[in-house]
Design a protein around this ligand. Structure first.
Ligand code: CAA
Length: 259
């Protein structure tokens, strides 16, 4: 897969997408969003890929949407264009495999919103996260007003969005914005370790568990429980379920085939 603003590597079933605009702190322009949308579709359809990591490299995750590209837009431009960021973010969020954001340095604005589309966020101890759009006279338009309160609660989300303040990794961990904080030089290794663990589990079960959690957030509890029950029942039609339970009884590790 050849792209200009991202680099994609696949090793042992784990795909790593690296944002690659270091001269502007990985600011996300429409080309980045288009490339992310394309790679998300490609990786989503590739059964050999079992987990995806998204990173900005070891210095910065992403300092937000590209302000220089947005500065001259009018309301009609924004309202009528199908926003490439929406497509990219929806595809990443709904990918049927686990997605881990590995965050070094700044994850701001659209960069922070990109991490919110991942299932898991691992941050470096030097990471700084925030939604500073308010300081530009706009609001987080990459899903931040919707995904952030669902993750950390409305009160904390409002504080971050209304102030535009950055928070450090420890605070992000405390409020549940990130799952784990590790030393800066270990972020990618930690993400790969977690990705490898997820990849060793039953792929169908993991994918349906992800769908239950994501879809469940759009439903009331009763609907969510019914949805979960259907997915749970469906798994009893898979070879992985037979293998998983057989391996338990035979006191050995399961050998899942993802079907
Ligand atoms: N868009 C475009 N260019 C950006 C950028 C962005 N979001 N963030 C940084 N850059 C560019 C800078 O303009 C600079 O380029 P030049 O050398 O050509 O001037 C280069 O990256 C390095 O940045 P700084 O010199 O500013 O680096 P710093 O270390 O002094 O500061 C920073 C780092 C605090 C992250 C600062 O760059 C900054 O505040 N960036 C903007 C953060 C922001 O407001 N993000 C939200 C964007 S809006 C958005 O994301 C909308 C949405 O919801 C989708």
């Amino acid at each position: 897969m050849a792209f200009e603003t991202i680099v994609v590597e696949i090793e042992d079933g784990i795909a790593t997408i690296t944002l690659n605009r270091p001269e502007v702190l990985n600011a996300l322009n429409s080309q980045v969003f288009n490339e992310l949308a394309e790679v998300a579709a490609n990786l989503g359809a590739d059964d050999s890929v079992r987990a995806v990591i998204i990173t900005g490299g070891d210095k910065v995750f992403a300092a937000g949407a590209d302000i220089k590209q947005m500065a001259s837009l009018g309301a009609v431009d924004v309202a009528t264009s199908v926003r490439p960021s929406r497509i990219a973010f929806d595809r990443l969020e709904n990918m049927s495999k686990p997605v881990i954001a590995a965050i070094n340095g700044y994850a701001l604005g659209g960069g922070c919103e990109l991490t919110l589309t991942a299932d898991i966020r691992i941050a470096a101890d030097n990471a700084q996260l925030g939604l500073p759009e308010i300081k530009l006279g706009i609001l987080p338009g990459g899903g931040g007003t919707q995904r952030l309160p669902r993750l950390i609660g409305a009160g904390k989300a409002k504080e971050l969005i209304f102030s535009g303040d950055f928070i450090n990794a420890e605070e992000a961990l405390r409020i549940g914005l990130v799952n784990k904080v590790v030393p800066a030089d270990q972020v990618l290794a930690e993400a790969k370790k977690m990705a490898k663990k997820f990849a060793s589990r039953g792929a169908v079960a993991l994918s349906l568990a992800k769908t239950c959690i994501n879809e469940g957030q759009r439903m009331d509890l009763e609907m969510g429980l019914q949805y979960e029950h259907k997915c749970f029942s469906l798994l009893f039609a898979t070879e992985d379920q037979k293998e998983g339970m057989k391996s338990f009884m035979e006191k050995r590790k399961p050998n899942f085939q993802g079907k």
